[in-house]
Design a protein around this ligand. Structure first.
Ligand code: ADP
Length: 298
């Protein structure tokens, strides 16, 4: 079983010819409403790829929150740990995309920012029941640290996807099993620019020195670099025609969790995650682009 403790957002997207200037009103193309948020995307990916997944999240008691919980159920997630907050609105992202594909995004975390340790304690059985716990950084750092420490104390495998990039404490490093930064997050956390395997290993060693056993640095079209106590190297992904890389990292992380809960070893799990993520970049959207197990031909 997998537990994702993390964010859920509703993405509101409008395409425009050019971005509005301050004070300007423009008319855009048709409005699109998409389910998003890193936690939700990763949970949906893990479930579509065959994982048994519980989601712990905090939504607003509003239209978006109700729609999100319905969506979770439709995706087969266990929603016991999903709470509707009566005070705060659901998390949203307002996204404007111009003709060249450039975007501007404003995220209002709303209820996600109230996913606190009390909620974790209330639904603690979900932590106890899971083998793999998947975390990101769109909910309070205090909650992330609390879940990581508790779960590691129970002998669970905790995977941290350190996105969006944020400073991590030594305590947090010491209480996660695996970390899955992309190249930008790796640069942010370690100061190291990934230019090849040597620099990737150098960055991985930074995390190992902090106590992280497994380091996976995702490398976009180049796949992912894996460093464990008994393996080090780049695992290639499939060559595909990329149209939209939104949620590639989320698909990768969800797939990784499913692979581990299915007892694959790390090399197999990274290959499985690459396969799933490469398929996601061939389609537009966040959750809309996440593949199902049957699409993988495995
Ligand atoms: P993020 O989306 O978080 O920035 P990456 O760009 O590293 O992270 O992508 C995550 C994973 O998605 C990669 O490890 C790879 O498996 C897959 N992926 C991303 N871009 C491509 C691409 N152009 N072709 C094939 N696979 C890709």
């Amino acid at each position: 079983k997998i537990l994702v403790v993390g964010s859920a957002n509703t993405d509101m997207v409008i395409r425009v010819e050019k971005f509005p200037a301050p004070g300007e009103t423009l008319s855009g193309h048709n409005f699109l409403l998409n389910a998003g948020g890193k936690g939700a995307n990763q949970a949906v990916a893990a479930a579509r790829l065959g994982g048994k997944v519980a989601m712990m999240a905090r939504l607003g008691n509003d239209l978006f929150g109700k729609q999100t919980i319905e969506n979770f159920k439709k995706e087969g997630l266990n929603v016991e740990g999903v709470v509707l907050d009566n005070k705060l609105p659901s998390g949203v992202a307002q996204i404007v995309v111009d003709k060249s594909g450039e975007n501007t995004i404003v995220v209002a975390g709303g209820s996600n920012l109230a996913l606190n340790t009390r909620q974790v304690n209330k639904y603690y059985s979900l932590v106890q029941e899971a083998e793999v716990i998947l975390l990101q950084l769109e909910v309070p750092m205090e909650t992330v640290l609390y879940v990581a420490q508790k779960a590691t104390g129970l002998g669970k495998k905790v995977i941290l996807n350190p996105a969006p990039a944020n400073k991590l404490s030594d305590k947090l490093y010491a209480s996660i099993y695996a970390i899955t930064p992309n190249e930008t997050e790796t640069k942010f956390l370690t100061g190291i620019n990934i230019t090849g395997e040597k620099s990737a290993q150098h960055a991985a060693d930074f995390f190992h020195d902090k106590g992280v056993k497994v380091v996976i640095i995702t490398l976009g079209a180049a796949g992912a670099f894996l460093s464990t106590p008994d393996y080090s190297g780049t695992i290639a992904t499939s060559e595909v025609e990329a149209v939209d890389t939104t949620a590639a990292g989320d698909t990768f992380n969800g797939a990784l969790a499913t692979a581990l809960s299915n007892k694959m070893d790390w090399e197999e799990a990274v290959a499985f995650a690459n396969k799933a993520a490469s398929l996601s970049v061939t389609k537009h959207g966040a959750q809309a682009s996440v593949p199902f197990l049957k699409d993988l031909n495995v």
